[in-house]
Design a protein around this ligand. Structure first.
Ligand code: AHM
Ligand code: MG
Length: 339
């Protein structure tokens, strides 16, 4: 018999998965489905970027003093509105806002979850048609339902994440997420406007061969990382070295490639940025969640990223994530050669 329908959409999938949890009321599924819809809206804008007035700087800077792109602001607004109207999210923290956004309307204030997001990561690549992404992380609120949420709801340990994921706006657009029970990837089929299951139960290779780092910062790297880079470049048949170097400069794209192929992404501390560049709450933790649930690892060079308790919303950390063997080696180099 001919088959006329053999797709599993993101929305079908989250509802199917919900059946694994008999007590679930569908709040997380609803939230994920709102994130998926917002991602489609952002994707639409990105694909038209050269044709509509959305490229370039907005003329404003964000809390970290970085230039905001028009698309940074657009994506921030789309995700904010989508989460507010979901009714299941009571507050949001993003890279673009110094303070948390507290949703105070009738349904949202009772929402069970808070979300932390980088609405458009890698946006300095945007004007040049290079892949960018969105990153999200979902926590259960700590403050009682019905009260306004506070900072403590957002600066929880990464281990407390209920779900996390990212969207990569690349040669195709993909949404990858996990609720802690497998990592799943959905490719956007533009002809029907749906994210369709394309990567079931993603596992990252334990032994990777790609290293991704902005080597332009080499002189300022810790000695352990300088030596690790040289180690990656040495010839050694038993470990498959020299490894291959790939660096897009968009965390989501670099991580996604390495997740599928096996490799490591590194953003160390350096003399100009003693705590590195990437933010724990909405960049490192969600990526770490995906990495670990796919069988990989994520570290600040000493310890697991998700074991850290952030003290502030925009706190940075050195970040190393990817295949387990590579993270272990990096930690060894940092411990013996200098952090
Ligand atoms: P952004 O959130 O302002 O876009 O910055 C984060 C990005 C990451 O996507 C990427 O890994 C990193 O910054 C690249 O930084 P650099 O240009 O220093 O290599
Ligand atoms: Mg970012």
């Amino acid at each position: 018999m001919a088959i006329y329908y053999n797709i599993t959409t993101l929305n079908d999938f989250v509802i199917l998965k919900q059946k694994d949890y008999p007590n679930a009321k569908g709040e997380l599924s609803n939230l994920l489905s709102h994130i998926g819809t917002a991602a489609k809206i952002v994707n639409k804008k990105i694909t038209k970027a050269g044709l509509v007035d959305i490229l370039g700087r907005a003329g404003t800077v964000n809390v970290q003093g970085e230039d905001q792109q028009k698309l940074d602001i657009y994506a921030d607004k789309v995700f904010t509105d989508a989460l507010r109207t979901s009714g299941d999210c009571c507050g949001l923290a993003t890279e673009e806002n110094q303070n948390i956004i507290v949703f105070t309307d009738k349904f949202a204030r009772k929402g069970k979850y808070v979300v932390c997001m980088d609405p458009l990561d890698g946006s300095s690549n945007l004007d040049y048609n290079v892949s960018v992404g969105s990153i999200f992380s979902i926590y259960r609120r700590i403050t009682p339902r019905g009260e306004n949420v506070g900072n403590e709801d957002f600066i929880q340990k990464g281990d407390m994440q209920v779900a996390a994921g990212y969207i990569v706006y690349g040669s195709s657009t993909m949404l990858v997420y996990s609720t802690g029970n497998g990592v799943y990837g959905f490719t956007l089929d533009p002809s029907i406007g749906e994210f369709c299951l394309s990567h079931s139960c993603i596992k990252t290779p334990e032994a990777g061969r790609i290293y991704s780092i902005n080597e332009g910062n080499y002189v300022n790297f810790p000695m352990g990382i300088k030596k690790y880079i040289k180690y990656c470049q040495e010839k050694d048949e038993s470990t498959g070295r020299p490894y291959t170097s790939r660096y897009v400069g968009s965390l989501v794209s670099d991580f996604h490639r390495n997740l599928l192929m096996g490799g490591v992404f590194m953003y160390p501390s350096n003399a100009n940025a003693p705590k590195g560049k990437l933010r724990i709450v909405y960049e490192c933790n969600p990526i770490a969640f995906i990495a670990e649930h796919a069988g990989g690892a994520a570290s600040d060079g000493h310890e697991r990223i998700m074991g850290l308790t952030p003290e502030s919303l925009h706190q940075r950390s050195p970040f190393y994530t990817g295949s387990k063997n590579m993270i272990k080696k990096i930690e060894e180099f940092l411990a013996t050669e200098g952090y």
